[in-house]
Design a protein around this ligand. Structure first.
Ligand SMILES: Cc1ncc(COP(=O)(O)O)c(C=O)c1O
Length: 156
């Protein structure tokens, strides 16, 4: 929270915009979802980018933008210049899903599934790979917060 406030202060000091690219924010497995920078943004400098790719369907490539009306106007202008518009059919499919089902409930459901997969992956990394010393996978595991010191010198 303090880091977020500090980032907004720095951006304000240098009068910089911030792009808050947050496709995974709703898939947090532990703890509370922290407030978005956009929700703390008092002077309209944050552009929040959300995605349905991780929560609904990757292939549709749908997302959303939340920004001040001034930034949004510029954003729409640039987007139309680059791709004319997002597929109407894909938007309609998502709209129908949201009419018929509760997206928040769906996200809660898939969070359990993804958490199970994440836990299994972490366990498998620990069991299968961490015995091999000085491998790239050990370094990756370390960056994932797995303690591999006890296993690093064991047999391969
Ligand atoms: C950090 C980050 N931002 C944006 C995206 C793009 O999401 P989308 O599938 O909605 O284009 C991804 C996709 O994996 C991502 O990892």
């Amino acid at each position: 929270m303090e880091r977020r406030e500090r980032l907004l202060e720095i951006a304000a000091h240098y009068d910089l915009p911030i792009v808050e690219d947050n496709p995974y924010g709703e898939l947090r497995f532990e703890g509370e979802i922290p407030p978005s920078l956009r929700s703390m943004d008092k002077d309209g400098r944050v552009v929040f980018l959300g995605s349905f790719s991780k929560t609904f369907c990757p292939g549709l490539r749908l997302g959303w933008v939340n920004a001040s009306p001034e930034l949004l106007e510029k954003y729409i202008f640039v987007k139309q210049g680059s791709d004319l518009q997002t597929s109407s059919m894909a938007q309609r499919e998502l709209n129908m899903f949201m009419d018929d089902y509760d997206l928040d409930k769906h996200i809660e459901k898939i969070k359990h599934v993804y958490k199970k997969r994440r836990d299994l992956m972490m366990e498998t990394i620990k069991m299968s790979f961490l015995r091999k010393p000085n491998t790239l996978i050990q370094k990756v595991a370390y960056s994932l917060g797995l303690n591999c010191q006890n296993t690093s010198t064991q047999e391969t």
